[in-house]
Design a protein around this ligand. Structure first.
Ligand code: PLP
Length: 360
């Protein structure tokens, strides 16, 4: 029997046996005292890999971004951010609620980029009427889109020229890095090329990297010291968290190069969903495939898929995310189910005996 193909998110992955063994064997201490060797080792590893002085292990990406925003901005400061960026739209308004930091959301194009002109125009002059614009926050990948390096260069250069700091929400940084590897280069080297434009970066271990929990915030020593205070305040001071850090560390050692397989699976799915009337594949550049579903059939398609052991998310557009727990067989099953849905729907429409019957 086909096991459930869970394409709702890359957060659904289970730790592998080897990752669990690394967690089991991890030396532990009390990280609030700074004595957890596994947490310390992870922080050093990720900081070095991404070219920063220091890093801080976090329970979630949301907390990591929040600590980053609050370490960059004071009460009454402002950050520039995409209208549909995670740090604006999907983090419960934390920067405003907990940090008294005003977001200035800006329109994004279909690839998630804010126009440089809009960024420049949104930076407030030094005048008591305005919040003080302190920070530009970018996201890579955004909705599965890797940001071109020229864009990162242009946007961060503009911000720095105006005295702003630049933060990257890199929850899926390594997917962006895997998509941008040059021949013979490692994913880590590609990631370093991306992070070199930023003052701080947040990365998630709990998504495509396959760890059960955890993120890291990277930056200068002084920045991380400020973020450390915020993390404590936000309730993120953890104790024997080395058991989690060991999983993240294992993922950095073993799960970076394999991200290319997830991207290949997304391509395979996109191909399998080609030439279906009523369905349009919008993008599949990394591990996320978006499709537009015509005639409001999205919810019915989602329910049909669920009944056939395929899980996805969405409404008008559906989202399928590939990860280390889905293989080619699962992808082919998912594509076949989508096709069967549209075949059955069109058969029901053309068969006179079924006219008026419920169509999925
Ligand atoms: C998942 C994600 C986060 C963090 O999410 P948590 O669930 O809090 O770990 C932040 N930014 C982006 C773009 C994400 O996809």
């Amino acid at each position: 029997m086909q096991k459930t193909v869970d394409l709702r998110s890359d957060t659904v992955t289970q730790p592998t046996a080897a990752m669990r063994a690394a967690m089991f064997d991890a030396p532990l201490g009390d990280d609030v005292f700074g004595d957890d060797p596994s947490v310390n080792a992870l922080q050093e590893k990720v900081a070095a890999m991404l070219g920063f002085e220091a890093a801080l292990f976090m329970p979630t990406g949301t907390q990591s971004n929040l600590c980053g925003l609050m370490a960059h901005c004071q009460r009454g400061d402002e950050y520039l951010v995409g209208q549909s960026a995670h740090t604006y739209r999907y983090e419960g308004g934390g920067a405003a609620v907990l940090g008294s930091i005003q977001p200035q959301p800006l329109a994004q194009n279909a690839s998630g980029q804010m126009a440089l002109e809009d960024i420049a125009n949104a930076i407030k002059p030094d005048d008591c009427h305005f919040a003080q614009t302190r920070l530009l926050c970018l996201e890579n990948t955004w909705n599965g889109h890797p940001m071109p390096l020229e864009y990162l260069d242009g946007a961060t250069r503009l911000a720095k020229d105006k005295g702003l700091a630049v933060h990257l929400d890199g929850a899926r940084l390594f997917n962006a890095a895997a998509a941008a590897v040059q021949p013979g280069e490692s994913v880590a080297a590609s990631a370093l090329r991306i992070t070199s434009y930023f003052d701080s970066v947040s990365v998630c271990f709990s998504k495509g990297l396959g760890a059960p929990v955890g993120s890291a915030l990277c930056g200068s020593k002084a920045f991380i010291a400020r973020a450390h205070r915020v993390r404590k305040m936000a309730g993120g001071g953890m104790r024997q968290s080395g058991i989690l850090a060991a999983a993240a560390s294992f993922a950095l050692d073993n799960h970076l190069e394999r991200l290319a397989q997830d991207h290949a699976m997304a391509q395979r799915l996109a191909k399998g969903l080609g030439n279906i009337a009523g369905l349009q594949v919008r993008s599949a550049q990394t591990n996320i495939v978006f499709v537009d579903v015509a005639d409001g059939k999205g919810p019915a398609l989602l329910a049909y898929l669920k009944a056939h052991g395929v899980l996805a998310t969405g409404l008008i557009g559906l989202r399928f995310v590939t990860h280390l727990d889905v293989d080619a067989q699962g992808i082919d099953h998912a594509a076949a189910c989508v096709r069967a849905f549209f075949d059955e729907a069109s058969a029901a429409q053309s068969a006179p005996t079924l006219r008026g019957a419920a169509v999925y």
